[in-house]
Design a binder for this molecule. Structure first.
Ligand code: AMP
Ligand code: P6P
Length: 338
């Protein structure tokens, strides 16, 4: 009798059966990540009640003020994953350097990069935030991975996923065989498969960009946005809607659910600061690109596929334009024309 639908634990186990020779290490790693996301969800949901809001009074490697929940989420993610012996090392938006697995724990064959609480500027105003993670294989024979071992192209990812702490807490996961979404049933503390085989509509009438940066955009982006704003009377001959949540996980989830395009493009303001973009390649752009491509969408810097990029540093930033495939291809075409 199927009382509760497919749990994420059952789903992950059934996926393992499709991987001949799998030892179960990967399955256990995914389950530990799920546990970390449940713990973070609990903290986020209790926010001010547990004194978890506000600033931690510290800065991360990005020079951004850390929220208490940024630090707390990072610590929870580490404590749920460091002991099990499936990871050779970890890397996080909230930590300058590679996190070595403490000597008292065994090491495994996977690497993980993660943003424990993306969009945390939204925390204090009670808007959705999320956790993003990406799993890579540790290069053979490496006992103590260094930054170099993490610098793998997005096409090397074994899995990617996010947790979205919104009106409901959801997890979305890909291991290279499509994208599946799960909703946390708070009564039993388990994620239930609610969005099997998520796919992004190839066309859309909705775009997401922080329009306050408009005067700094490159010409192809300005052209695309202007055409959307021109609506029916313009060259697109249809009206567009705009969204900007300032939380990438929420934007990507909206796009997975109903289509759309999300843009945090390169702009002249970032270029003058020597930044490669706003979003980080290893633990934001690459995992989200893997998920979006697995759901039939596209993900580019503007000029090239994000997952083909050869990373040069752990906290490298890149421009991101992702979502409905036909829109992303149009925008790539505008960049090629320029
Ligand atoms: P393992 O021996 O458990 O480390 O698994 C070896 C490989 O099989 C992994 O790197 C994945 O590519 C695949 N695999 C194993 N378990 C799963 C799973 N639960 N879901 C998807 N892929 C899996
Ligand atoms: P802005 C959150 O800090 C984040 O990294 C993404 O989640 C989000 O899309 C973007 O930055 C928001 O940036 O400039 O609009 O605050």
């Amino acid at each position: 009798m199927d009382h509760h639908g497919t749990t994420i634990t059952q789903f992950i186990s059934e996926e393992q059966r499709k991987a001949p020779g799998a030892t179960g290490e990967f399955t256990a790693l995914l389950n530990d990540i799920v546990t970390a996301c449940k713990m973070i969800s609990n903290q986020v949901n209790h926010g001010a009640l547990v004194g978890a809001l506000g600033s931690a009074g510290s800065e991360n490697v990005q020079g951004e003020t850390q929220k208490k929940l940024d630090v707390l989420s990072n610590e929870m993610f580490i404590s749920c994953n460091e002991w099990a012996g499936h990871l050779a090392a970890m890397a996080s938006e909230e930590m300058d350097d590679v996190y070595q697995i403490p000597d008292q724990y065994p090491r495994g064959k996977y690497l993980i990069t993660f943003d424990p609480l993306d969009g945390s500027s939204n925390i204090d105003v009670n808007v959705s935030v999320g956790t993003i993670f990406s799993i890579l294989r540790c290069p053979g024979g490496v006992e103590r991975p260094t930054e170099r071992d993490f610098l793998q192209a997005g096409t090397q990812q074994v899995a990617a996923g996010y947790a979205l702490y919104g009106p409901s807490t959801m997890m979305v996961l890909t291991t290279g065989h499509g994208v599946n979404g799960f909703t946390l049933d708070q009564n039993i503390g388990e994620f239930i498969l609610t969005h099997p085989d998520m796919t992004i509509p190839a066309d859309t009438a909705e775009f997401a960009i922080n329009a306050s940066n408009g005067r700094f955009w490159e010409a192809p982006v300005k052209r695309y946005v202007d055409e959307c704003l021109a609506g029916k009377e313009g060259p697109r001959e249809k009206d567009f809607n705009m969204r900007w949540i300032a939380s990438m996980v929420a934007e990507v989830h909206r796009i997975l659910t109903r289509g759309g395009v999300f843009m945090y493009p390169m702009d002249s303001k970032m270029a003058t600061k020597g930044l490669g973009g706003k979003l980080r390649l290893l633990y934001e752009a690459n995992p989200m690109s893997f998920i979006v491509e697995q759901a039939g969408g596209g993900s580019i810097t503007g000029r090239q596929r994000i997952m083909d990029l050869q990373p040069e540093s752990l906290h490298q930033r890149v421009p991101v334009i992702l979502g409905s495939r036909n829109e992303v291809e149009r925008i790539q075409g505008y960049h090629a024309d320029a």
